[in-house]
Every structure is written in C-alpha cells, then in structure tokens.
Design a binder for this molecule. Sequence first.
Ligand SMILES: [Zn+2]
Length: 147
Amino acid sequence: MVVYNLLCKKKHSFEGWFPSFEDFQKQADKKLISCPTCGTTKVEKVPHACAVHVKKEQPAPPAKKPEQTPAVPPTAAEFKEMLLKVHHYVKENFEDVGPRFAEEAREIHKGAAEERPIHGTATREEAKDLAEEGVPFVALPKPDLDS
Ligand SMILES: [Zn+2]
C-alpha cells in the first residue's frame, strides 16, 4: 500500500491510497482518480516534500568503558605506610590479646566470649585451624619497621 499526496488542477490536495505505484499509474491514466473537492480527474502526484528516513535500528554503541587506570602496585614505601596505618588503627581500636589470638577469636566466633575487635599473634598452624573452622580473621603482614 502506498499513499500519495495528490493535487488537482485547482490545487486541491488530497491523499490517495493505492495498492502500488503501478495501480496509481493505471488509475491515473484511466482518469479514475478524482479530486474529492471538485471532482476533476486532472490530478497529479505531488512529490513528497519531505521524506522521513527511518533509519534501521542500530545497536547502541557499546558503552565506553571508563578509562582503566592500570593498577600501579604500591611502592615498598607506600606499602609500608599503608601497613603502618592499618597496624596503628588496629592497635588503637582492637584489643591486643597477644598470642591468645586464635583462642580468643575462636571463643568470640562461638559466642563464648564478648564480641569485640581483637588483634594478636597467631602461628601459621593456628591461622590454618581458624580458617578451617570458619573463624573470620585477617592476617596482616607485619610491617618491617627496621627497613
Ligand atoms: Zn480539486
């Protein structure tokens, strides 16, 4: 189906619907198309003044990934500073249970001891046991204060 804007010789414009351009042509030749206003069969097709270009749906361009700054590993000095800060924070806010850390952490985990942030030391073996028991803890590397 095509729609044409038609114009009669008296400048009445109207729309004509045709199955195809050929049908329009045939009807026009046989003077079957008449102006609905004045009835004249002298009508002509008005070239479309504007054409709507329907663009094919284009896939949205992939969202541009934010520029990824390459992860710069901290320098030894920066790392040490970070560690010191963490250790300082821990010292300030966590109860120092020293070598009883594993025991205390386990007690807290079980609810047998008051829940509080603690810090202390644990042997490799103790840390492994805690991990296996599902006791949450974080092993902090000790800042090398001598270097
Ligand atoms: Zn007319």
